[in-house]
Design a protein around this ligand. Structure first.
Ligand code: ZN
Ligand code: ZN
Length: 258
């Protein structure tokens, strides 16, 4: 059994065959699905999917690329929903920043403010965080420590293999491993993976993005969590069933779903 801890089922690329996507995954052993919040314009869709499917949960949050929508998002309205299990994805992403150095500084500052605001919301409502970090490990770690995010913990989704982040395992943080681990150029992640405590690993697809080998170029979907679990088992030299059981109980521990 596997839990797909990060799957954008509210993405338009699933709108025509969502039930088939979910059923394929269920038959393959995927037990639960978590839709992260990213773009608030699709949150109603995410809630509807979670209401219609007992095994689907959602999170509420604003991605660092969608900062403008933060002000209009009424977190309070959503956090009390019984299927809302986390705050995020939120975090820092410096990969695609555009403009002059000065403009980039302003954007970074805004990302930080909105990340901090979401950490505070998570603490207030006692929900774990789904954290998105790209090209911003040092600043992200600093903020998580400074604002005591360990109170609620969370997942560093799509773990970027940066060793600097490994110490956050001691601060109640988990590491989301996705399709990247199957890529030919994943050497860094493959080297770092054994240094991750097993009791802090989670599996995620991040579908429709980051499709694992051998399906690269196609839409990603939750059934492919199996390919990720197999690859992790191979790297750590453990039976597949051990990887499935541990990552599933890790997800249950973090998100309090049973
Ligand atoms: Zn992300
Ligand atoms: Zn995502």
């Amino acid at each position: 059994m596997i839990i797909d801890t990060h799957i954008h089922l509210d993405d338009k690329r699933y709108k025509d065959d969502l039930d088939e996507v979910l059923n394929r995954a269920r038959v393959g052993g995927v037990k639960k699905f978590i839709i992260p919040g990213a773009d608030p314009s699709t949150i109603e869709k995410a809630i509807k999917i979670a209401q219609n499917n007992e095994d689907v949960y959602f999170a509420i949050g604003v991605h660092p690329y969608d900062l403008d929508s933060f002000e209009n998002l009424n977190f309070e309205q959503y956090v009390s929903h019984e299927k809302c299990i986390a705050i995020g994805e939120c975090g820092l992403d410096y990969f695609r920043l555009e403009g002059t150095d000065e403009e980039k500084q302003i954007l970074k500052q805004k990302q930080k403010e909105i990340f901090i605001a979401q950490i505070e919301i998570a603490k207030k409502y006692k929900k774990p965080l789904i954290v998105h970090i790209r090209d911003a490990s040092r600043d992200s770690k600093e903020i998580l420590l400074e604002y005591n995010a360990s109170e609620i913990g969370g997942v560093l989704h799509c773990f970027n293999a940066d060793e600097e982040l490994l110490s956050l395992a001691k601060e109640n943080f988990y590491f989301g491993i996705g399709g990247v681990v199957t890529f030919k150029n994943a050497k860094k992640l493959i080297n770092v993976l054994p240094k991750n405590p097993l009791e802090k690993l989670l599996i995620e697809t991040d579908g429709p993005y980051l499709t694992p080998t051998p399906h690269r170029g196609q839409r990603n979907e939750p059934i492919y969590t199996l390919l990720i679990a197999e690859k992790i088992a191979e790297i750590l030299n453990k039976p597949l069933s051990v990887i499935e059981n541990i990552t599933t109980s890790n997800a249950i521990n973090l998100f309090h779903i049973s």
